[in-house]
Design a protein around this ligand. Structure first.
Ligand SMILES: [Ca+2]
Ligand SMILES: [Ca+2]
Ligand SMILES: [Ca+2]
Length: 178
């Protein structure tokens, strides 16, 4: 992994989140992102699954804000975002990035897991990629790479790993939009 790929992907992530383009991110940017994903899935934001996704996103925001030393209504700059997320990725496991991300991945899996087996099949994954605006063909090709235990479906663990690996430059599938 190279730090420069990681930082350029985090910069891209930050720019995606900064939906009003004012150079900093705040709680409303995270809410907008969650709504965009819900719209992609055709899921109502006031349904139980919709509310779970919104609350997972605002939970990620609250964690970031508290690490940046601002309150929930404050703003986080690009430098702060990269510094905090780099350090979370470095810690990995249950102490950082993974723990922060897991509720969001669980909420998305809940929405796209239409057969209810708790994992994401190739067809369900395709729907996710469509909702996130990711190239479907590229996603199909990546499926087996992300399916690290080769059981034909993606678990929450595998998907959390996949998002972290993306940020570390190990593959090019941005599961949360690009
Ligand atoms: Ca902003
Ligand atoms: Ca499933
Ligand atoms: Ca699997």
């Amino acid at each position: 992994m190279t730090a420069s790929v990681q930082d350029s992907r985090l910069k891209r992530r930050f720019e995606l989140w900064d939906t009003n383009g004012d150079g900093s991110i705040d709680r409303s940017d995270y809410e907008t992102e969650a709504r965009r994903i819900l719209q992609g899935f055709g899921e109502q934001e006031n349904s139980p699954k919709g509310r779970a996704l919104l609350s997972a996103y605002t939970g990620m925001w609250d964690t970031l804000a508290s690490k940046a030393g601002v309150n929930s209504g404050g703003q986080v700059t690009l430098d702060q975002f990269i510094q905090i997320t780099d350090s979370e990725i470095a810690h990995g496991g249950d102490s950082g990035f993974d723990r922060n991300l897991r509720p969001t991945i669980e909420a998305i899996v809940d929405i796209c897991d239409t057969d209810g087996d708790g994992e994401v099949s190739p067809a369900e994954f395709k729907r996710w990629m469509r909702a996130a605006g990711v190239d479907e063909r590229q996603a199909e090709q990546a499926f087996s790479q992300l399916d690290s235990n080769h059981n034909g479906s993606l678990s929450v663990e595998e998907l959390v790993d996949a998002v972290r690996d993306y940020h570390q430059g190990k593959h090019d599938i941005s599961l949360l939009g690009k």
